[in-house]
Design a protein around this ligand. Structure first.
Ligand SMILES: Nc1ncnc2c1ncn2[C@@H]1O[C@H](COP(=O)(O)OP(=O)(O)OP(=O)(O)O)[C@@H](O)[C@H]1O
Ligand SMILES: [Mg+2]
Length: 239
């Protein structure tokens, strides 16, 4: 079973959007999928509750009130997490993951918050031991095409105003991420399709519209990365 966690301490970054749409993609492709919701807000479980019964199944696991035990033969366990997780809580969460997706919105404030969060993540033992693979997902990118590469440009221009164990003060975020080998695996657009799908307990992969088709395209690099060895740590540990 693959364990994919969606993580970013910044609220509203797109964790639940990523978790629910990824689950929608995987179940649409005949994988057996469970979502563990570790957020007391329960947004992923609420999305599941709104899901029509005639759609392909996704198992919901309440990670707050019970143990996170996926049913037998689950192919993918997607773990949605709350905002504002730090310290011991972060370490405990990371223990459950082997692949971590970090959604980041392309504003300077969000980027700085992400840099700081990643800095803390890198101190978590399991990550420093390279037992987890990390990737960034740029979310809510505006105006497809015109902003292509925007994230990279932003990455180049933002300076991290704090020191990390392995980088100099003021090293650019891009170099920082490169040094940490954290790839940017997708640029997801700001799109009504996500709101439309969300309101029906669906993902964009289950919508029947040309707008949604354009959005589906933006997920391809992320899916390819997830399906490749690059997203699986060489050292795999049961947890
Ligand atoms: N690419 C997108 N296009 C349009 N709307 C989006 C997109 N991504 C997220 N949203 C919307 O932004 C809001 C916040 O997203 P989401 O709930 O996924 O963030 P979150 O990181 O899970 O938040 P929290 O930290 O509160 O759990 C939601 O209303 C969601 O529908
Ligand atoms: Mg959420």
């Amino acid at each position: 079973m693959r364990r994919v966690m969606i993580l970013n301490a910044k609220g509203g970054a797109g964790k639940t959007m990523l978790a629910t749409n990824l689950a929608s993609y995987l179940t649409s492709n005949h994988k057996s999928v469970a979502i563990a919701d570790m957020d007391p807000q329960g947004s992923s479980l609420a999305w599941l509750a709104a899901r029509p019964e005639d759609r392909r199944p996704i198992q919901g696991i309440d990670g707050i009130d019970g143990p996170v035990r996926a049913p037998k033969h689950t192919d993918f366990l997607i773990i949605d997490t709350p905002a504002s997780v730090y310290g011991k809580d972060l370490t405990a969460l990371v223990r459950r993951a082997e692949t971590i997706l970090i959604p980041v919105q392309p504003s300077a404030t969000d980027m700085r918050a992400a840099a700081k969060f990643i800095d803390e993540l890198l101190d978590v033992g399991k990550i420093s031991r390279k037992e987890v693979k990390l990737a960034l997902v740029a979310n809510r990118m505006r105006e497809a095409g015109r902003t292509a590469g925007f994230m990279e440009r932003l990455l180049q221009s933002v300076h991290i105003p704090f020191a990390t164990q392995s980088t100099e003060i003021n090293e650019t975020l891009e170099n920082f991420l490169k040094g940490m080998k954290i790839p940017l695996v997708a640029e997801i657009h700001d799109s009504e399709s996500y709101l439309l799908a969300d309101s029906q307990g669906l993902g964009i992969f289950e919508l029947d519209s040309s707008d949604a088709e354009r959005d589906v395209e933006t997920w391809k690099p992320l899916i390819q990365w997830l399906e490749s060895r690059r997203s699986i740590p060489r050292i795999r540990k049961k947890s």
